[in-house]
Design a protein around this ligand. Structure first.
Ligand SMILES: Cc1cn([C@H]2C[C@H](O)[C@@H](COP(=O)(O)OP(=O)(O)O[C@H]3O[C@@H](C)C(=O)[C@@H](O)[C@H]3O)O2)c(=O)[nH]c1=O
Length: 181
């Protein structure tokens, strides 16, 4: 695996190194020893899989409140998405800065997202499938959300916004009172 730091400290784009032969390919996407070198100490306690049908659809921007902050690792196994994180670590030098990268079945890249980030994505194709690894259990009462179009963050999405859940459409806009998590 190739770990490329993003401008937001602690997050990485992870490239796989597939072994290819006449049958197809084989690639490792998690190895405790390699991840320890990143400083990763958490255990993956939950893994999720989602399909999003329509190009342009958006999911996000989601996080869990303390004490349920979590590390996430995201991978796209069908189609392509523009995957985005926002740094909401209290006191961070890059507070409210965002980073986006394309994850696709074709490029096989993953995004490693430390605690203290909000996460979301937009589908660049129809029928996008994502696999998530989480270090914390899903805790509905601890869910936090930031609107995908929050002007204080100003994410540059590649496509006009398509399908959005009712919950994601109802996230409040940030105010100066928001100090992060
Ligand atoms: C996230 C999650 C949802 N659910 C349930 C709640 C709800 O009834 C249904 C759909 O949930 P949501 O609408 O929140 O799903 P979704 O909007 O796809 O939520 C996901 O968005 C992306 C951007 C992330 O980063 C993920 O961690 C997760 O928050 O599934 C679980 O049972 N376990 C889970 O871990």
């Amino acid at each position: 695996m190739i770990f490329t730091p993003t401008p937001l400290t602690g997050s990485y784009v992870i490239g796989l190194e597939p072994f290819t032969d006449e049958r197809g390919w084989f690639a490792r996407f998690y190895c405790e020893k390699e991840f320890e070198r990143l400083g990763h100490t958490g255990n993956w306690v939950q893994m999720n899989h989602s399909t999003t049908y329509a190009k342009g659809s958006l999911r996000g921007m989601h996080y869990q409140l303390p004490p349920y902050r979590e590390i996430k690792m995201v991978r796209c196994i069908a189609g392509a998405v523009y995957d985005v994180i926002i740094d909401i670590r209290e006191g961070s030098a890059t507070f409210l800065q965002w980073f986006g990268t394309e994850l696709s079945a074709a490029n096989k890249n993953m995004l490693y997202i430390p605690e203290g980030f909000a996460h979301g994505f937009q589908c660049l194709t129809d029928n996008c499938e994502l696999i998530y690894h989480h270090t914390e259990f899903y805790t509905p009462n601890a869910e936090g959300g930031i609107r995908f179009d929050d002007p204080m963050v100003n994410i540059q999405w590649p496509l006009p916004a398509g399908v959005l859940s009712a919950r994601d459409g109802a996230h409040p806009y940030l105010t100066d009172d928001f100090k992060g998590i």
